[in-house]
Design a protein around this ligand. Structure first.
Ligand code: IPM
Ligand code: MN
Length: 354
């Protein structure tokens, strides 16, 4: 297969983990006989500094012309501490989602047996937990009408029927391929937008008789996620709830540095770690590249290349088992591996295994 990849490394630890993602992508391509070409483009704070726009038109064009985007992270503290800043790196991420029509954000919450002890939850609750959160990504409060003056402000949680239908369909499709259990997370006891979601889901459920559909209020779901994470198979929810619940989900697994994600929709899909730009670690070769590397696995799988994805996942598991780990997950007294060393080990594994 020929794949054109737009590489958006962004800010903070972004460039370092991006480099490892690309190295793994290339190693897999060589192994399986694919041709991958890369084109880098700027985004986030880096792009604000260079051209005053966190998602410049040229970057958008590079994304549109690519088959997939390998994205790393955006964000810089100099903007967080400046409430008067007119442009922020995060706006680049939101612009990318909106302009590429990436309405479905797929965030798998998978646990690694050897890291279960890192979870704040009890071993027996976490071991074997494996669910996917499908977060609606281009609607709701993030993009609804907004207003702010000195005395009042509002954000509108707007959803239309087609927006709800298409994301529920993604939820059902995933549930069908998994354990056939879909949980629609909403706040239908209070919010009109949630009542629309629930109504549409109830209309659609009979089309998926093989899937068990249940409904859960978001406050209850956030509790259930830590009391009994194994309850969930696929959950589907609106933008803001999904943002909050997936941070909770990542925490359950023991390290945020391990979770990849895919955002898909109308145009080029984007694959990225769910963690941020960790500016304090920039340039120190300590950031965990695994979430980025697993994003590459999701990228290959998206194009139907299951064996390629499997080899990456196997290499990641092998690196963890061999204690080739970045500091935040290394065992006590274990050897020190940096971002580059973990990446290089995984590349070597891919080259030498089938
Ligand atoms: C995420 C992030 C973003 C979001 C921020 C950086 C705008 O938290 O991808 O979850 O809120 O969607
Ligand atoms: Mn978030």
């Amino acid at each position: 297969m020929n794949l054109k990849i737009a590489v958006l490394a962004g800010d903070g630890i972004g460039p370092e983990i991006s480099e490892q993602g690309v190295a793994v992508m290339t190693a897999v391509a060589e192994k399986f006989g694919h041709t991958v070409t890369y084109k880098s483009a700027i985004c986030g704070a880096d792009a604000i500094d260079k051209v005053g726009d966190p998602f410049p038109e040229e970057t958008f064009q590079t994304c549109m012309e690519a088959d997939a985007v390998l994205f790393s992270a955006v964000g810089d503290p100099k903007f967080d501490n400046d409430p008067t800043a007119k442009v922020r790196p995060e706006q680049g991420l939101l612009a990318m989602r909106k302009k590429l029509g990436l309405y479905a954000n797929i965030r798998p919450v998978e646990t690694f047996d050897c890291l279960v002890h890192k979870s704040p939850l009890k071993d027996e609750l976490v071991r074997g937990a494996d669910f996917i959160c499908i977060r609606e990504l281009t609607g709701g409060m993030y993009f609804g009408e907004k207003y702010q003056d000195n005395d009042k402000a509002y954000d509108t949680n707007f959803y239309s029927r087609p927006e709800v239908e298409r994301i529920l369909r993604v939820g059902y499709d995933y549930a069908r391929r998994r354990r056939k259990h879909l949980t629609v997370v909403d706040k239908a006891n209070v919010l009109a937008s949630s009542r629309l979601w629930r109504q549409i889901a109830k209309e659609m459920a009979p089309q998926y008789p093989d899937v068990e559909t249940d409904f859960m209020y978001v406050d209850n779901a956030s509790m259930r996620m830590i009391q009994d994470p194994k309850f969930f198979d696929v959950m589907v929810t609106e933008n803001t709830f999904g943002d909050i619940l997936t941070d909770e989900g990542s925490c359950i697994t023991g390290s945020m540095g391990l979770l990849p994600s895919a955002s898909t929709g109308e145009h080029t899909p984007v694959f990225e770690p769910i963690h941020g730009s960790w500016p304090q670690a920039k340039g120190q070769n300590i950031a965990n590249p695994l979430a980025q590397i697993l994003s590459v696995a999701m990228l290959y799988e998206y194009f139907g290349l299951a064996a390629e994805g499997r080899l990456i996942r196997e290499a990641v598991n092998a690196s963890l088992d061999a204690n080739v780990r970045t500091p935040e997950i290394q065992v006590e007294g274990g050897a020190k591996y940096g971002t580059r060393e973990v990446g290089a080990w995984i590349v070597e594994y891919i080259k030498t295994h089938q």
